[in-house]
Each structure stands twice: as structure tokens, then as C-alpha cells.
Design a protein around this ligand. Structure first.
Ligand SMILES: Nc1ncnc2c1ncn2[C@@H]1O[C@H](COP(=O)(O)OP(=O)(O)OP(=O)(O)O)[C@@H](O)[C@H]1O
Length: 250
């Protein structure tokens, strides 16, 4: 581990009955990088992200973030410590505007006591950072539209705005391109390309064009185990990876 390491995953394990969903996973995330995590369906990618963000407890292993062991910290504590992740679409409040959803994220960062004593709607401490986050994902013109009326791609952008509003020190992004059209994906790739300099990104993505154009490093997970970590070039040329995952398309 160097001083460039922001997030260190050490020997992480999670079993579901007899199934080893993650099996002795060790990997790290360094300042300024996008580290992509790829692997076939069911390889354990989402399980690993959930273990890192505290949504799932680990059977063994450690998650160290900015030098601090996160053991015993729940999702909210980890988010406050600066671990940002995209919210699941299901956590968006459909009958609220896009702006109001981001304001809720800002509010959660400011603390629970804030919720009860302020008039949330007109509070600049909430609206300004929320609007700024929407602007960064090019959603400011849709700020007052009901979330239920946003397209699938816009909702994915909204999730990223909500993560941004928490001002994270590292991002865990689980398939951010899913359901986006080619134009939306292209914009998001440009955005993530810049975002890595602000906070490094652990990226799960099935869109291989996106992975190959963005990743500084790639780790390949198969049956819960990391079978290879390396540059795009290393991974494309690794025979075990080609056989396990990329097939003849690589
Ligand atoms: N809560 C759970 N209980 C039991 N088994 C689970 C649970 N969550 C995941 N699994 C199993 O663990 C394995 C890893 O699943 P996971 O969702 O982490 O894979 P993944 O790599 O993210 O897959 P995908 O690319 O399809 O999203 C799968 O076999 C899955 O069925």
C-alpha cells in the first residue's frame, strides 16, 4: 500500500450458504484512477461493492479507506467518511422533483437534526449544492421535473448527481451505463474521465467499450476470485481472461 492508495480491499470473503460469492478478494484503488471490475454474470461484482459500502457484512477481510479500517461502520457512516456510490434507482423518490431528490442527499450529509428544523424547500444550504450537482451531470434544465417523468438515462444521471452532492473521496459505481443510449453513454464516459481526477472510481461495467476507453487498471472477477489485475493491454492479452470472459470478441 502506498500513499497514493485511497481504498484497500484485503482478503475479503462473502459466502451465501455453500456459494463463495467473493473469495479472498484483494485489490486497491489509487488516487486519480479508474479501476474497472469486470467479470461474467454472477461473478460477485455487486456483492463486493455492497461489502465495501457496508450494505453487506463480510465473513472475513478488511476494507481500509484513507488509512482507516471501516469495520463496524454502517452504510451511512461510510458515506459520511467519503465513500460515494450510485444510489439504486429504487431509492429515488419518484413523486419528488429531481432537485428535491438531490436535496435529500445533501440533507443526509448535513445530518439528521437538520431535517426537522428547516424548511427544506426554500433552503439555500440545500438548493445551491443540489443545483450545482445537477448542473455537473447536465440535468439542471430538468431540475423541477418529477423524477417519475425522467427517462431511464436521466434517472441514472440523477443518481450520480446524488452521489456527487455528498462530496465523496472515492466512487463505487455499479453499471452506470446500464440502460443509457449511445449518446448518454458517450457523455457519461466524458464525465467519468474528468471525475477520476477529483475522486478515484471503482467501476463495475458490462459495456466493454466504456471499460477499455476509461480504465487505468482492470481486475477480472470469476467465481468470486480475482483472476487477473492489469492495464487494458494486459487484460486484453491475458489468455485466462479471454477464455473466462471476453471470448473471441476481445
Ligand atoms: N443475497 C443473496 N443470497 C444468496 N445468493 C446471493 C445473494 N446475492 C448474490 N447472490 C449470489 O452470489 C453470486 C454473485 O452475485 P453478484 O450479484 O455479486 O454477481 P455480479 O457479478 O454482480 O453479477 P451481474 O453481473 O449479473 O450483476 C451469484 O451466484 C448470486 O446468485
Amino acid at each position: 500500500m502506498t500513499d497514493q492508495t485511497v481504498l484497500q480491499i484485503q482478503n475479503l470473503n462473502k459466502n451465501f450458504g455453500a456459494l463463495k460469492a467473493t473469495d479472498d478478494v484483494t485489490l486497491d484503488l489509487k488516487k486519480g484512477e479508474i479501476h474497472a471490475l469486470i467479470g461474467p454474470n454472477g461473478a460477485g461484482k455487486s456483492t463486493l461493492i455492497k461489502q465495501i459500502c457496508g450494505q453487506l457484512s463480510s465473513d472475513s477481510g478488511k476494507v481500509i479507506f484513507n488509512g482507516k479500517d471501516l469495520a463496524g461502520m454502517d452504510v451511512a457512516d461510510r458515506a459520511k467518511a467519503g465513500l460515494g456510490r450510485t444510489f439504486q434507482v429504487s431509492s429515488l423518490v419518484m413523486e419528488f422533483s429531481a432537485l428535491r431528490n438531490v436535496m435529500l442527499a445533501v440533507q443526509s450529509k448535513l445530518g439528521t437534526s437538520y431535517r426537522f428544523f428547516k424548511n427544506v424547500r426554500g433552503d439555500n444550504n440545500l438548493t445551491e449544492p443540489a443545483m450545482a450537482a445537477l448542473k455537473r451531470v447536465n440535468l439542471e434544465e430538468r431540475a423541477h421535473i418529477m423524477t417519475a417523468e425522467l427517462s431511464h438515462g436521466e434517472r441514472r444521471q440523477l443518481e450520480i448527481a446524488m452521489a456527487l452532492a455528498l462530496d465523496p473521496k472515492a466512487f463505487l459505481l455499479d453499471e452506470p451505463m446500464a440502460g443509457m443510449g449511445p449518446e448518454g453513454s458517450k457523455k457519461l464516459i466524458g464525465f467519468l474521465d474528468e471525475l477520476r481526477h477529483e475522486a478515484p472510481i471503482l467501476l463495475i461495467e458490462h459495456d466493454m467499450d466504456a471499460v477499455f476507453s476509461l480504465a487505468d487498471r482492470i481486475s477480472v472477477l470469476v467465481y468470486g476470485r480475482v483472476i487477473a489485475t492489469g492495464s487494458v493491454e494486459d487484460i486484453r492479452n491475458n489468455p485466462a481472461v479471454r477464455e473466462a470472459y471476453l471470448g473471441s470478441a476481445a
